[in-house]
Ligand binder design. Structure first.
Ligand SMILES: [Zn+2]
Ligand SMILES: [Zn+2]
Length: 401
């Protein structure tokens, strides 16, 4: 069959008009030493947020068995008013967080969707890591209650501190005490569209999620007429359909398929079917949810996102949803305004150091005594002759007695 000439020229014309846009994505470079006006990359700390702009960063998007390319669930939401919120704090996420080089004093509000380790397993790192690296204030943890007292966030954090008692006591003996404190704000997991946070023009609401047990929630952040929904872990449920509507960004899990759980994650077919379809949301169901609530942009997470899986996940989701979509991976950033949502990759330093914030580092206040006994001190080998000069110089520099 011959293609009519008019169609052919229309095709050539359309190519002429689309190709330059593709090349323009990185900005046109006009001379060999020129600087591109635009790059589709985000370099942390290099851009000021607009006063009506939200920056959402994926610090973890994968599974409980974290891997180098994908930590477990963690989202950072930064607002143009300076507020920052962590939603979940899954295993491995701290390394991605560190690469953003945000002072720990700005990373103190943590909202937990539920208490699986892939959603709060990096609390030890943020707690002790931030404490040793210049944080001056306590952590504030918001999390759901459970069906019983021992299944709630308050119990979990209290016993977390008990489990890490050795860590806590030995740091309290040598560091300022305030940054080691954790304040827990437990809320009712059954609350429907309940406000759990309302400060500085930011409202955060929760509703129940249906997951492996009672005490899992989804959350939505509202600010300046925009709405970011963080689904947590859940199977499809009516609350999400009702309360995630009109979201600018709707994050929801799209779990590994039962087949992938067997072949890539080492589960038995019996476990895989239950985990993949009863405790979590399969990709086709994710698509159905999104085509029902119609967010401006949908984000699918909680699967191993790589060349082996991506096409299949995408195909399954596209069976039921054809709207704007990101298959989440770690170190992606979404810039959100009322009119636009832009997705880019983050390029950051693997060897990033923690950076100081505006507050002065605090002195140790010795709220607990020295945790070394006389017997241990007695075994000390005196090396003062090799360190004396260094200590003297240090004291002189910082005017210490
Ligand atoms: Zn879970
Ligand atoms: Zn999970």
């Amino acid at each position: 069959m011959q293609i009519p000439k008019i169609l052919l020229s229309l095709l050539v014309l359309s190519l002429l008009f689309t190709v330059p846009q593709v090349f323009a994505r990185g900005g046109k470079v006009k001379d060999p030493n020129g600087v591109a006006p635009d790059r589709y990359i985000y370099y942390p700390g290099s851009e000021e947020l607009g006063k009506d702009e939200i920056r959402l960063i994926a610090l973890g998007t994968g599974m409980p068995a974290a891997r180098r390319s994908q930590a477990a669930t963690c989202w950072l939401v930064e607002l143009g008013n300076g507020d920052k919120f962590l939603f979940d704090l899954g295993t491995g996420a701290n390394a991605n967080m560190a690469a953003l080089m945000i002072p720990f004093d700005f990373l103190t509000k943590v909202f937990l969707s539920h208490l699986h380790t892939d959603h709060w397993g990096d609390l030890p790192g943020l707690w002790a890591g931030g404490w040793t690296a210049g944080r001056t204030v306590s952590l504030e943890i918001y999390g759901p209650s459970g069906a019983r007292e021992d299944m709630g966030t308050k119990y979990a954090v209290e016993h977390f501190l008990k489990a890490y008692n050795w860590d806590n006591m030995t740091r309290l003996a040598n560091l300022p005490s305030q940054p080691g404190k954790i304040n827990v704000h437990e809320f009712d997991y059954k609350g429907e569209n309940q406000v759990i946070y309302d400060e500085n023009g930011v409202t955060i609401k929760t509703w129940p999620a249906i997951h492996a047990g009672d005490g899992s929630v989804s959350m939505a952040l509202y600010w300046k007429g925009m709405k970011v929904v963080i689904g947590g872990d859940t199977k499809p449920n009516t609350w999400y359909i009702k309360y995630a509507k009109d979201a600018d960004i709707a994050i929801h899990e799209a779990f590994l398929t039962p087949e992938q759980l067997v072949t890539m994650y080492g589960q038995s077919p019996q476990s895989a079917l239950g985990v993949g379809t009863i405790v979590h949301t399969p990709p086709q169901a994710f698509g159905k949810i999104m085509s029902t609530i119609k967010p401006k942009h949908a984000i699918a997470y909680h699967f191993l996102n790589e060349s082996d899986t991506r096409d299949q996940m995408f195909e399954y989701i596209r069976e039921t949803y054809d709207g704007p979509l990101t298959l989440a991976e770690d170190n992606l950033v979404w810039n959100i305004t009322k009119d636009n949502i832009k997705v880019r990759k983050i390029v950051s330093d693997d060897e990033a150091w923690s950076v100081p914030g505006p507050n002065k580092p605090q002195r140790p206040d010795h709220t607990v005594p020295d945790q070394l006994s006389k017997e241990m001190h007695a075994g000390q080998w005196d090396i003062s002759e090799v360190t004396a000069d260094m200590i003297k110089e240090f004291k002189k520099k910082y005017k210490m007695k």
